[in-house]
Design a protein around this ligand. Structure first.
Ligand code: PRP
Ligand code: URA
Length: 207
């Protein structure tokens, strides 16, 4: 599936500030949340609606609300946590699960250290992580969700590399990918070029 690149001007402007190495921790963290909100708007564009009848101060009216309301968000720890509050701004009633993965610095293979998922077998689950680099972490997280019976899964990131998109297409062709940018490539350390550096370190002020 071709990734959905969200090219809204507000989002692209914020992403440029995010990429700048001069941007400090507080501004970086705020921007990750704001961009997540804007991406969330796109990633939920096709959610089903149902008709309800309500009474306005003027008259009875048939209006629309989200059908089912079964939505879950799953940030990949740590960096995905930076996107969670921005998503909850639009989806305040969503269930939240967590997957802890870290990437080995040498092999770039993901290692699981935590998993707590909501029961959302009939609903839409959005996995969030700022970076889709080799794709190892996202693909592993989605396999963990599928192993627990979750089906309708979407993946949302801020910056994707072609290598990661290919892995997602090969391993999870049923999972749509939403991103603010599709960058050029990975460097020899597995970092996205031009990218924005280490997302977790920049969000949490570590090195
Ligand atoms: C980063 C990022 C993704 C992963 C992407 O996390 O947040 O989870 O790397 O790389 P991949 O596509 O090659 O798997 P990291 O492992 O650095 O952990 P952190 O979020 O705790 O900093
Ligand atoms: N993880 C990050 O945080 N940044 C990258 O560029 C690649 C993986």
């Amino acid at each position: 599936m071709t990734p959905m690149i969200v090219e809204h001007p507000l989002l692209q402007h914020k992403l440029s500030i995010l990429r700048n190495k001069q941007t400090g921790t507080k501004e970086f963290r705020d921007l990750v949340g704001e961009i997540a909100t804007l991406l969330c708007y796109e990633a939920t564009r096709d959610l089903p609606l149902e008709e309800v009848e309500i009474e306005t101060p003027i008259t009875m009216a048939k209006t629309k609300v989200l059908a089912g309301r079964k939505l879950a968000l799953v940030p990949i720890l740590r960096a995905g946590m930076g996107m969670l509050d921005g998503m909850l701004t639009l989806l305040p009633a969503a269930k939240v699960g967590f997957i802890g993965l870290y990437r080995d610095e040498v092999t770039h293979e993901p290692h699981e250290y935590y998993c707590k998922l909501p029961d959302n077998k009939d609903g839409v689950t959005i996995v969030v992580d700022p970076m889709l680099a080799t794709g190892g972490s996202a693909a592993a997280a989605i396999s963990m969700l599928k192993a627990r019976g979750l089906k309708n899964i979407r993946f949302m990131c801020l910056v994707a590399a072609p290598e990661g998109v290919k892995v997602m297409n090969d391993e999870h062709p049923d999972v749509p990918v939403y991103t603010a940018a599709l960058d050029e490539k990975l460097n020899e350390h597995g970092y996205i070029v031009p990218g924005l550096g280490d997302a977790g370190d920049r969000i949490f002020g570590t090195h």
